[in-house]
Design a protein around this ligand. Structure first.
Ligand SMILES: NC(=O)c1ccc[n+]([C@@H]2O[C@H](COP(=O)([O-])OP(=O)(O)OC[C@H]3O[C@@H](n4cnc5c(N)ncnc54)[C@H](O)[C@@H]3O)[C@@H](O)[C@H]2O)c1
Ligand SMILES: O=C(O)C[C@H](O)C(=O)O
Length: 312
């Protein structure tokens, strides 16, 4: 089994490190366009093998897609991250063409590939990857909800003292500062409703802090976060390569589900060896239905930029 990570920057290298040390593949290829970056970071990761005890082989390459041939899974992290004060959506002008060319290059060497899209604006980059490659809709998955849901659990744990591992909480909708929807009404602490342990104002703060979780870290660090994104990517990759049939929220193509068509948006799915094994229908109340529809409209307007600029 071969897994390719495109982009050896903060997120890509962290994801490759997680994937390698957890032995999710026999071989990992880390590819970047910048000369030497992937080669250096791959060697650095390989030099942890004696200490961490893994046998996965990791190789860094500079823009050599031949080495990615036969990949079962690829993760696209190539493109620029936002700076403090920017929205993810502002990255589309630079990242769209990068993601389009990367996705097509991957497919030309790995016809059976499942692609995990990470680059931002992620929902639109996922839609672009699907359209540019013509892959079946179950084989293109956008990573955002897994990260946002983990941040949601972090925020709940900060207020309740709960172990994050004891929390069930999901975020649906777009992976945007104003488009994501943390579903607090559905959140539980080992089957107990979280709302029993949080006041109304605390619930509002948990939701608000989750929505800007990425921007908060970008303001502190000066660039995008990478540890939690890298871990979220590895968790989704593991569910694919080990056919774990785990539930994540992720950006996938909707063909009538949630009353949406021709869009990729964050919904609860089951991830296994076929990529998207199943889209789960969640009963949303009128308030959350309205939020989901608004989120879809915001993402659709970003997707329209792709057609207006003839990228797809
Ligand atoms: N979906 C999510 O939850 C999530 C989380 C974190 C970051 N991101 C996004 O992921 C992307 C990467 O973030 P980062 O912090 O790793 O950025 P980074 O700048 O550290 O790394 C990006 C890497 O992509 C490389 N690159 C650029 N064009 C390329 C091409 N054509 N082919 C191959 N490599 C290319 C660059 O050389 C760089 O090394 C950004 O768009 C960021 O917004 C998304
Ligand atoms: O917020 C960002 O700019 C990066 C990423 O989408 C994140 O949520 O960490």
């Amino acid at each position: 089994m071969k897994i390719t990570v495109i982009g050896a920057g903060a997120v890509g290298a962290t994801a490759a490190d997680n994937i390698t040390r957890r032995e999710l593949a026999e071989e990992v290829i880390l590819l970047d366009i910048k000369e030497g970056v992937a080669e250096g970071k791959a060697q650095d990761i390989a030099q942890t093998a004696a200490l961490l005890g893994f046998d996965t082989k990791i190789t860094g390459v500079t823009n050599d897609y031949e080495k990615t041939a036969g990949s079962s899974v690829a993760v696209i992290t190539s493109g620029i991250p936002r700076k403090p004060g920017m929205t993810r959506e502002e990255l589309i002008g630079t990242n769209a063409n990068i993601v389009k060319s990367v996705a097509k290059n991957l497919l030309s060497y790995s016809p059976d590939i499942i692609i995990l899209v990470v680059s931002n604006p992620m929902d639109t980059m996922t839609y672009l990857t699907l359209k540019a490659t013509g892959l079946p809709k179950n084989r293109v998955i956008g990573m955002g909800g897994a990260l946002d849901s983990s941040r949601f659990k972090y925020q709940i744990s900060q207020h309740t003292g709960a172990s994050p591992a004891d929390l069930n909480a999901i975020v649906i909708g777009g992976h945007g500062d104003t488009t994501m929807i943390p579903l607090i009404k559905h959140a539980t602490w080992n089957s107990l409703p979280v709302s029993q342990f949080l006041s109304a104002s605390q619930q509002e703060k948990v939701i608000a802090d989750t929505m800007v979780g990425g921007a908060t870290l970008t303001k502190l660090i000066g660039t995008s976060a990478w540890y939690a994104p890298g871990a979220a990517i590895a968790a989704m990759v593991e569910s694919i390569v080990r056919n774990q049939q785990k539930l994540f929220t992720a950006s996938v193509y909707l063909d009538g589900e949630y009353e949406q068509n021709d869009i990729t948006l964050g919904v609860p799915i089951i991830i296994g060896k076929n990529g998207v094994e199943k889209i789960l229908t969640l009963k949303l109340d009128e308030e959350d239905k309205a939020k989901f529809s608004q989120s879809a409209e915001a993402v659709r307007s970003m997707n329209n930029v792709l057609t207006e600029s003839n990228i797809i």
